[in-house]
Design a binder for this molecule. Structure first.
Ligand code: GLV
Ligand code: MG
Length: 312
């Protein structure tokens, strides 16, 4: 699985941002041809994006281009120009407003044709599908199963809120008047369930109040707590916060590694499947939970403090 704790949006029409993004510590960058690029700038943005992919240094990052959605006149040209021009530099294409499985299937087929024509490894370019409207959410299971290229489902809150008529203009915050729980809970969980049922990652979308870092953290904590793998970032100041929020704490990471070692010892040496570790009972399910936290911690570059000492 590629790292996606922080997924930085970079407008393809802005060469300065395309340059600057290369030096930031985001796990993923996505060079955008869609909603951050004005209709009159789409052609130029494609050229900028291909040049930035070819000439830039994107080492260590998951590299993605977001094409326009399938209802526009731009999508086929986005895919062809970007993949023919710089397919060897690309990890994934992001498809916005994926409304049903046929949208992803179309992209999968076109990518296959371009890969065959240009000698790129077949199936090498992955897909990220954005769930951004009511139709996409209703069809999210089919979308999640629609292509072996799919790597992640991405929640697009701004388009989504418009699609369902949610009565607010502040993306990610609770709509005024809704005092009961979290208005995004169902949507986030629905996307997460579909993603996990098909072995995909799940990524939360943008928080637009870029000067409110505390607000960003609060909203990011919400999806991180549920199990999401990362969140979009729109500004350099959000990168570090996202990387931190979507990594386990040192304490949780150490505890996860301890559970794994202890459980290994008790099941193999003592041949017991349910044992006490401190005040906690652990069993096979505890090992599975610990594996998730340990994997996220290792991917985040955490190093373990402490170790397991078998009872004497
Ligand atoms: C992102 O694309 C969004 O619509 O929030
Ligand atoms: Mg959108």
């Amino acid at each position: 699985m590629r790292a996606r704790r922080s997924c930085l949006a970079v407008p393809g029409s802005n060469p300065r941002f395309l340059e600057k993004a290369q030096g930031l510590a985001a796990d993923e960058v996505f060079l955008d041809l869609e909603d951050s690029v004005a209709p009159g700038a789409k052609d130029e943005a494609r050229r900028n994006v291909v040049a930035a992919l070819r000439e830039g240094d994107w080492t260590g990052k998951t590299v993605v281009v977001r094409v326009n959605d399938l209802t526009t006149r731009w999508t086929y040209r986005d895919v062809i120009e970007v993949v023919e021009g710089a397919g060897d530099r690309l990890d994934c294409l992001m498809l916005p407003k994926a409304a049903d499985a046929s949208h992803v299937a179309w992209l999968d087929t076109l990518l296959g044709q371009i890969e065959r024509a240009t000698g790129l490894p077949e199936g090498g370019i992955g897909i990220e599908a954005q769930i951004e409207d009511a139709r996409g959410l209703v069809n999210v299971d089919d979308i999640a199963a629609s292509s072996p290229r799919l790597e992640t489902l991405v929640f697009g809150p701004a388009d989504f809120m418009a699609s369902i008529g949610m009565r607010t203009l502040v993306v990610g915050e609770q709509p005024p008047g809704y005092g009961e729980g979290d208005a995004y809970h169902y949507i986030l969980m629905r996307i997460l369930m579909a993603a996990r049922a098909h072995g995909l990652q799940a990524v939360d979308g943008p928080y637009l109040q870029i000067r409110d870092l505390e607000g960003f953290r609060r909203v990011a904590m919400r999806s991180a707590a549920l199990g999401f793998d990362g969140k979009w970032v729109l500004h350099p100041s959000q990168v570090e916060a996202a990387n931190e929020v979507f990594s386990p704490s040192q304490e949780d990471y150490d505890h996860a590694e301890l559970i794994l070692d202890a459980y290994e010892y008790y099941t193999t040496v003592e041949k017991r499947g349910a044992v006490m570790l401190g005040n906690e009972m652990i069993d096979e399910a505890s090992r599975k939970m610990a594996l998730v936290v340990a994997a996220k911690g290792r991917a985040a570059g955490l190093t373990r403090s402490g170790s397991f000492t078998p009872p004497s």
